[in-house]
Write a protein that binds this ligand. Structure first.
Ligand code: S3P
Length: 427
């Protein structure tokens, strides 16, 4: 296929969650433009409404949020498929004096929660977890203590949950992590004028007695969603694709760094700032036969953690082997991505293995053919759909509906960049 035209990825999922949560905690009316309309963000909005926030419909236009003091929910808080919703809301609830029970879909109920509940308990929250390390669980917040904590995993969800607990409990929080994870919460807190600093390799937040101010924000396009479009262009036989309005926060752009090492250069133009986040337009071109394997290091993983499926797909078309070091966290994402990436690549004729916590992919130029089990994981569906665009490919996905979690218009956009070359813009 050839690519042409311009396309705009949907709003950043991580920033959309955080913007809604901080707006719900603010005093006054906030206006959020460019929010992701995917199911995960709708889960956050639904849960915040149950807690008393007044949030307009999540659609393509500006979303208004009237914040208020949160109140005890009438029923269980259903977080759907969204780990970010569950973990960050736990942080927010740690500083509230009422009880609430969180649950989620079958995938979310399998995901580990102790990484968040343990430090929140240390801060003073009471959390009953009848199911062990998993949802459903009941949290009763209250008076919290300050926390200095080193997270065993580099997880922005853990870090953000603790920062939000500090905010609602009005106690200081200092966090160190083994490798730096995405810093959207930190940037947003700084953007709102709150006292967050970096000291001796740790992030320190000292919430003031002053309330969070209401704010206006334009959410940049999601770098993780953009990665699928960029990959489609890199694998194309000709043309050029402009991917507009992409967040290029360095804690999220490991995908572009690794791509460069693999021999595919993506140009960044029109660099600007949006609410404390760097944003650019990306120009992606086919890599032709130059794509080569590489090693992705453990330190790089947090900067591309959601891009491993699409990078593994690109690696399957590169010369030689690509190794992803220390990607064990992928076992506890929306699916067991580590095993499913390897198994699905094998199912379409690629030599791929998960060995311990490493993933090995051997490139080939045989056309990929076979059936892919997405396990209803949006990023697996999108990654293998991109693999299906190369000449001679015959990939059958077990389902496609899961893309609505993070990129509802994915298949329409993929068609558009191939067929007419006229990019479709989000309203
Ligand atoms: C996210 C952080 C990442 C990422 C997830 C969204 C966030 O998870 O995989 O899709 O918004 O904080 P971890 O921080 O747990 O690795």
């Amino acid at each position: 296929m050839k690519v042409r035209g311009a396309v705009r990825p949907p709003g950043d999922k991580s920033i959309s969650h955080r913007a809604l949560m901080l707006a719900a905690l603010a005093r006054g009316t906030s206006e959020l433009a460019g929010l992701l309309t995917g199911e995960d963000v709708k889960s956050t909005a639904r849960v915040l409404r149950q807690l008393g926030a007044d949030i307009s419909a999540i659609g393509d236009g500006t979303v208004t949020v009237r914040g208020s003091r949160l109140s005890s929910p009438a029923s269980r808080l259903h977080c759907g498929n969204s780990g970010t919703t569950a973990r960050l809301i736990l942080g927010i609830l740690a500083g509230q004096r009422f009880a609430a029970t969180l649950t989620g879909d079958a995938s979310l109920r399998r995901r580990p929660m102790r990484r968040v509940t343990e430090p929140l308990r240390t801060m003073g929250a009471r959390i009953g977890d009848a199911q062990g390390d998993a949802l459903p669980l009941t949290i009763r917040g209250g008076r919290l203590h300050a926390l200095t904590y080193t997270t065993p995993v580099a997880s922005a969800q853990v870090k953000s949950a603790l920062l939000l607990a500090g905010l609602t409990g009005k106690v200081g929080v200092t966090i160190r992590e083994p490798y730096r994870s995405r810093d959207h919460t930190e940037r947003l807190l700084v953007h709102l004028g709150l006292d967050l600093r970096y000291e001796n390799g740790a992030v320190s937040f000292r919430p003031s007695a002053v309330n969070v101010p209401a704010f206006q924000l334009s959410v940049p396009g999601d770098a993780s969603s953009a990665a699928f479009l960029v990959a489609a262009a890199v694998l194309a036989e000709g043309g050029e694709l402009l991917v507009e309005n992409v967040g290029v926060n360095p804690t999220r752009t490991g995908f572009l760094v690794v791509l460069e090492r693999m021999g595919a250069h993506v140009e960044r133009v029109n660099l600007r700032d949006e609410g404390g986040e760097p944003v650019a337009d990306l120009i992606a071109r086919p890599a032709g036969a130059v794509l080569r394997g590489t090693e992705v290091t453990a330190a790089e993983v947090p900067t591309l953690v959601d891009e491993v499926p699409i990078l593994a797909v690109l690696a399957s078309r590169a010369a030689g082997e690509t190794t992803f070091r220390e990607v064990g966290e992928l076992r506890v994402k929306e699916s067991n991505r580590l095993e499913l990436i390897a198994a699905n690549l094998r199912a379409v004729g690629v030599d791929a293995r998960a060995l311990g916590n490493d993933l090995h992919v051997q490139g080939t130029n045989r056309p990929p053919r076979g059936r892919v089990d997405t396990a209803r994981d949006h990023r697996l569906a999108m990654a293998f759909a991109v693999l299906g665009t190369i000449p001679g490919a015959d990939i059958r996905l077990s389902e496609r509906a899961s893309v609505s979690i993070s990129y509802p218009r994915f298949f329409a956009d993929l068609r558009t960049i191939r067929e007419t070359g006229k990019g479709r813009r989000e309203a």
